[in-house]
Design a protein around this ligand. Sequence first.
Ligand code: ATP
Ligand code: MG
Length: 325
Amino acid sequence: PQVIFSGIQPTGTPHLGNYLGALRQWKTLQDTSPPATKLLFSIVDLHAITVPPSSASDLVRRKREMLTALLAIGLDPARSILFYQSSVPQHAEMQWILSCTASTGYLSRMTQWKSKLAAADVLVHRATHVPVGDDQRQHLEFARECVTNFHAAYGGTECLVYPETLLGKGSRRVMSLRNPRSKMSKSDPADRSRIALTDGAEVVRRKVNGAVTDSVEGGVSFDPEGRPGVANLLELLAAFGGVKYGEEVTAERLGNEILKCMAIKELKGLVAEAINAELDVVRDRYAMIEKLGDGYLEDVAEQGRKEAAESAEATMKLVRAAVGL
Ligand code: ATP
Ligand code: MG
């Protein structure tokens, strides 16, 4: 049976990039996977501290916010295992063991080291499929390399499973609204560069209206190289508004046929509307869960911890035996 694992860092409120690149696909996978499929979605707090948080209470708050967001997008703790990475120490144990079979001096290469963290998370649950955004692809390559290294060092071919990437349909990178040549990110200091899932309808309108497009404000056309800002808006419209124009409408068709030459201001109006139409229910649910209070979140996290620990411990028993620990 399939095991689906993915994670998100509690480094801020999730944004449209996280939503289209990861969270929306998690929800779809939850709703369409056969009952035998195990689904694990982790709030990877151990990764979040590779950039030290400003304070412990800040990290605690961000973890709660992220769990609230996962529930708000429709993940159901009765079906999906939702847990904090640090609450399952097997993740850290696996990371240590993998770090010992590194083929290159990983400590001198920060990107590899971070990838190794991600690899441990995936491998400790013997995940077969990992839904991630396009920006995470090379991490999965690295996870596969770790499996090969582990087998070469210890044998134990029954311990670890080669994971596959699951790229969603609309899984292009969502770009920053302030600089359309870099990706939308939680850690960008400019709040206007991203749309958070919790931004109100009016804030969404304002941010989309303020999105950097061209110096030459011509009509609409799809040209990701020459006009990355407009292309980003068209990608968002395709991802959020597809239904209105038919199921498979692409950003390219929108820009070069359907909305060709439309004023950019008008396009921005359509984009904001399409985003708001889908986010309305997420925002409502977010507010509802906040009202339930921290007690509810703690119950969800505790249930997730138990189930994730069971999943990880089954792997670690095999791994420890293969290594001789
Ligand atoms: P940070 O800036 O702290 O790294 P982030 O916004 O990159 O935050 P992550 O927690 O690193 O978010 O990633 C969570 C998921 O969101 C990953 O699957 C990643 O591929 C996806 N993702 C992040 N940013 C984008 C984006 N701009 N477009 C598409 N997918 C994205
Ligand atoms: Mg990131």
